[in-house]
Write a protein that binds this ligand. Sequence first.
Ligand code: SER
Length: 313
Amino acid sequence: METKILIIGASGQIGTELTLKLRKIYGKKNVVAADIRNGNYEVMESGPFEILDALKKKEIIRVVKKHKINHIYLMAAMLSAIAEKKPKKAWSLNMNSLFNVLEIGKAKLVDKIFWPSSIAVFGPDSPKKNAPQDTIMNPTTVYGISKVAGENWCNYYNVKYGVDVRTVRYPGIISYKTNPGGGTTDYAVEIFHAAKKYKAYKSFLKEDAVLPMMYMEDAIDATINVMQHDKFEKYTPYNIAAISFDPAEIAKEIKGFIPEFEISYKPDNRQKIAESWPQTIDDSQARKDWNWKHNYELKDLVKTMLEGLHFTY
Ligand code: SER
């Protein structure tokens, strides 16, 4: 059977690049991009696009039937920092969009679902270094609570109704093509724009706030690879990791390209969120089960970001 894909949240940071990559692999007409708002020119012009609210199940079903969809990627979510400001709205979006898609899986309207989780599932009680996949969680953010609950619901629908749902826990994702919105790791994208534009950046995280990060291309590969894997014995929310660094370290790398670049620090409420998360992640299970590997080290990432942004400024 031909793979027909629906991406909900296709105008967002990851959804945008995921859509373009999936269209390359599966063919333009087989990948339907959907979002509550219009996407960028490339997403809108390179294949089918539907305006779709992830909270409206009937609408999702209509789009699934119209395009004979069999795989859904649910990329719509409210990230950590903004979710702290709008807890109920974040809970409602992050959970009810998932329920909608899981119900569609239960009704056998589609046969595979991708739902992303995050390093935010971990909390202050989790190991700071090499956080294992299965460990004490106790997240202290609204976003983290919604991700742990979501993982449990995915497992429930898998065990009880046989829904095939796949999950990776993203670290902070960095790209020059699209911007994140409302996350704690956003500084690691902002810093490149600021370096290009002003040769200076004021970081909202402390200089030693180490967090797990990943270049977008690696994140997209992980997403597609976990979906392409034949069959998993059971639902597993996979840790995936690439690199970890703090603001001081990335600033030093940027200085290698832009010697005048200066970083200063004015930590805000996001620092507390960062402190609640692990600094490094143990992703050995993903590496073993489906050959996950990252390609971009810190040096590659910094070079690619600065070169990529070259044309923007
Ligand atoms: N990048 C996300 C955030 O900062 C983590 O999943 O909220």
